[in-house]
Design a protein around this ligand. Structure first.
Ligand code: DP6
Length: 322
């Protein structure tokens, strides 16, 4: 009962921010993302180690109690269906900074649930896997799929599916890393603060179905300008709602803001590029592959940008060793 799986981070173009049910981690809004290549989480799960309790090693070191307990919660969700599951040793490696707004929880839990399921003598079905991944982190089911992915709300549950293959619209993503420090307010806490205190939260939730529809239409038509418009609008609306919380959440630093303006200048000059920003200070610039060199060079020049990472679109989570 051992397996290894790999999963890539995803970046939401229409954002998830807010929950209707904290216990089940049920999102208040659907979301649309792109799965990346290049960056990856590789997770090995071993149920045969004879360990007394579930253990987590992250990038070779024993993980914090908080991270270990999130992994235990995930394993316990599997134990609801497989009560005899022994304690596991989980070893996970990220090829990028953890918890700095590069969606490490999404790729982390997608790799974990995929590896656990592959290690089971009788694996759970896809619906249960999506449910378990979502309970661990709302963005992680999207990393189970490749290319352009939609997480949809269906009743009091969620579904996830690829809405366009990465080969059908091979966009690139340039990540301008503006800080490698862990963020101060994680997504889960940030969402709850926004939901409970932001006067813009209701407006944010209400506009989401229109954004999802606009993004679906833009993706189906390969309409870059339309996708740029809705993705930037969704990102800024999410951050506006978060900034209006009490106390206001400002995930950006100066280089994030500079990058945002640089991306818009480039687009104004005819370069097909738009930005998105998650619950951290990194700026993600999505562009047509012909523009990647120009975008990467422009972002690298910004004072405060410490690293520029280039990605293409990637595949969903997969088992690499069972
Ligand atoms: C800003 O999936 O990390 O990246 O469900 O509480 O674990 P939890 O939150 P998480 O939130 C992601 C928020 C976001 C937007 C997005 O990816 O849709």
């Amino acid at each position: 009962m051992r397996a290894t799986a790999i999963a890539h981070p995803n970046i939401a173009l229409v954002k998830y921010w807010g929950k209707v049910d904290l216990t089940r981690n049920l999102p208040a809004v659907g979301s649309i993302s792109i799965t990346l290549d290049t960056l990856a989480t590789t997770t090995r799960v071993d149920f045969d180690s004879g360990a007394d309790s579930d253990q987590l090693f992250l990038d070779g070191d024993r993980a914090s109690a908080e991270r270990t307990s999130r992994v235990r919660v995930c394993l316990d969700l599997f134990r609801r269906f497989r009560p005899d599951l022994p304690a596991a040793v989980v070893e996970s490696e990220n090829s990028f900074p953890t918890a700095a707004g590069l969606a490490s929880s999404a790729s982390g839990f997608a790799a974990l649930v995929t590896a656990v399921n592959a290690a089971l003598e009788s694996p759970l079905g896809a619906d249960r896997l999506v449910e378990i991944a979502r309970r661990c982190s709302g963005s992680s089911p999207r990393s189970l799929c490749g290319g352009f992915v939609e997480l949809a709300l269906v009743g009091d549950s969620t579904t996830v599916r690829s809405i366009l293959d990465r080969r059908d619209w091979p966009l690139d993503v340039v990540i301008a890393v503006t800080s490698k420090a862990a963020k101060t307010v994680g997504s889960t806490d940030g969402m709850e603060l926004t939901r409970t205190t932001s006067p813009f939260y209701h407006a944010w939730v209400t506009r989401s179905p229109g954004d999802l529809e606009a993004a679906r239409t833009a993706i189906a038509a390969g309409d870059f300008e339309a996708l740029a418009a809705v993705a930037e609008a969704s990102c800024l609306a999410m951050h506006a709602a978060a900034m209006a919380a009490r106390p206001g959440l400002v995930y950006w630093n100066g280089a994030t803001v500079e990058g945002l303006h640089r991306v818009r200048e480039l687009r104004g000059g005819g370069t097909p590029v738009f930005f998105t920003i998650d619950a951290g200070p990194q700026l993600k610039a999505v562009c047509e592959p012909g523009a990647t060199d120009r975008v990467a060079a422009a972002l690298a020049e910004i004072p405060g940008v410490v690293e520029v990472i280039r990605c293409g679109l990637g595949d969903g989570a997969m088992v690499v060793e069972a």
